[in-house]
Design a protein around this ligand. Structure first.
Ligand code: COA
Ligand code: ZN
Length: 316
């Protein structure tokens, strides 16, 4: 089989943060515990953000401490600042996923920080975490476009990647926050990033806002990316990015990769069973396609007239 791909679920963070209602803490924990047994490489459990900014994740400590961690699964949390880092460290997370924006306007709208101010926070965080063994990832929002400013120059993205890696970030997630990326852009940018920084750990993070999510994932794969964020059921979206909607759907992504003969390490049936519990949890339907259509190997009974004719033929 081909090389292993890493599937990282963000439904309980990117997904739950934008839901209209608060998902009870014990339901979050139960969902993560089910996800832990589906073969996912990583789970983004929650975020240590301001409870005023993201009230749905105000129970971050309780959730992070309440889950039953499964060896081999990495548990990460989104962190915007030093305070969030301290909270995350107190819960012994495997990874801290720092979040900043590539564009000033989204940075200010979402985090009240320009990219420069975020980088200053991150430098401090990296000092605090030195020697802790915690993996430091950074998610770069609006890499492929900003809903306020439009195009973010690619040269600016490379400059920010360079600075993130210089201050000691080990992995970077290239985020298409509001589904503005197209596959040609994704392939070009991912190829360039991998070529310039072959030792950095890159993840692709797409939203399916404009129906290009899986096409973009395929473009990233073709460029050499092997880590993908995706969200169970296709939930997700940034509450401070106008027009944001769901991430690419984890079970749809795994289904596509499996059909292509690629190794994701994920048990798709277990994932689908878990996804089927979402509408009951959040009170509405979810966008995922495979949950509705079934896997491509699903077969239906032939029309009744055909079955009758076949039966007739056997009889004669
Ligand atoms: N966790 C908990 N509380 C935090 C916090 C954190 N990481 N960071 C700040 N706070 C609290 C402060 O203690 C302060 O509380 P007080 O009003 O009771 O004194 C309050 O939040 C304001 O602090 P300040 O540092 O001035 O923050 P801010 O108002 O400039 O907001 C962020 C900055 C980053 C904390 C906030 O914008 C945020 O959490 N954004 C996250 C957005 C997000 O997650 N979007 C979706 C993901 S892309
Ligand atoms: Zn996202």
């Amino acid at each position: 089989m081909s090389k292993r791909l890493y599937i990282q679920d963000v439904a309980t963070r990117d997904g739950f943060q934008i839901e209209a209602s608060f998902v009870p803490t014990e339901d979050k924990i139960a969902l993560i515990d089910r996800l832990s047994h589906t073969g996912l490489a990583k789970i983004e459990v929650t975020s240590f953000t301001s409870p005023k900014a993201i009230p749905n994740l105000r129970d971050a400590e309780e959730v992070m401490r309440g889950i039953a961690r499964v060896p081999g699964v990495e548990y990460t949390v989104l962190v915007p600042n030093v305070k969030g880092c301290e909270r995350a460290l107190s819960c012994e997370v495997d990874e801290i996923n720092l979040v900043m924006s590539a564009s000033d306007t989204h940075g200010l709208a979402n985090l009240r920080m320009t990219p420069e101010q975020s980088l200053a926070q991150f430098a401090e965080i990296i000092e605090v975490t030195r020697g802790s063994g915690v993996f430091i990832n950074a998610s770069l929002s609006t890499t492929f476009g900003c809903p306020f400013e439009g195009e973010v120059p690619e040269a600016r993205i490379y400059e920010l990647l360079q600075r993130l890696l210089e201050i000691g970030v080990q992995g970077v997630t290239l985020c298409d926050t509001t589904g503005m990326a197209d596959p040609a852009q994704v392939e070009r940018l991912c190829r360039e990033a991998l070529q310039r920084w072959p030792k950095a750990v890159f993840t692709a993070h797409f939203h399916n806002t404009r129906g290009m999510g899986l096409a973009n994932a395929l473009a990233a794969l073709n460029a050499g990316i092997d880590r993908f964020d995706a969200s169970l059921g296709g939930l997700g979206g940034c509450p401070y990015a106008p027009g944001a909607s769901g991430n690419i759907c984890t079970e749809d992504l795994v289904h596509m990769f499996q059909r292509m003969g690629l190794d994701t390490g994920v048990n798709l049936d277990a994932l689908l069973d878990t996804a089927a519990s979402l509408p009951g949890l959040i009170g509405h339907d979810v966008p995922g396609a495979i949950l509705k259509a079934g896997k491509a190997d699903r077969r239906y009974a032939k029309p009744k007239w055909m079955q009758d004719a076949e039966r007739e033929n056997i009889r004669h």
